[in-house]
Design a protein around this ligand. Sequence first.
Ligand code: AMP
Ligand code: ZN
Length: 140
Amino acid sequence: MSESSDCIFCKIARGEIPSVKVYEDEHTLTFMDVRPASPGHALVISKAHAANLLEMTEVDLQAVTLTVQRVARAVQKALAPDGIRISQFNGAAAGQTVFHYHVHVIPVQEGQHTGSHGRSSADPQQLALLAAQIRAALGS
Ligand code: AMP
Ligand code: ZN
């Protein structure tokens, strides 16, 4: 299945619901997580719908993986975290809540407890500022 009408990330990929975009290419889209685990938490998705890693085509998986590296490098450059967590969940039992393949890129600071999911919604202005910083680092 290349897209799903009631999938929230398909709707974001189609521009039907808003997101704070960071990066886009033919196969992938990167936007800020609205409930970030830490400031700068971004999500990389494949534009084509696949529920999880097991359903991904090789082309989309390669594209997402390359985008994850690109975005992680930009996050490092822009925000200088002590580390970057890359996480991805397959199935509700594993912690997945949105069933469209996506990879979390999460800046981590030494000494701060940072999981893979945040508890509260981010300030939209703060999200826009962080996205602009990461975007600028992508271009440089
Ligand atoms: P998971 O499926 O557990 O890997 O996590 C899904 C992630 O998507 C969570 O971190 C949510 O905060 C995030 N999320 C859900 N809806 C949106 C949205 N409309 N825009 C941005 N992030 C979202
Ligand atoms: Zn989808």
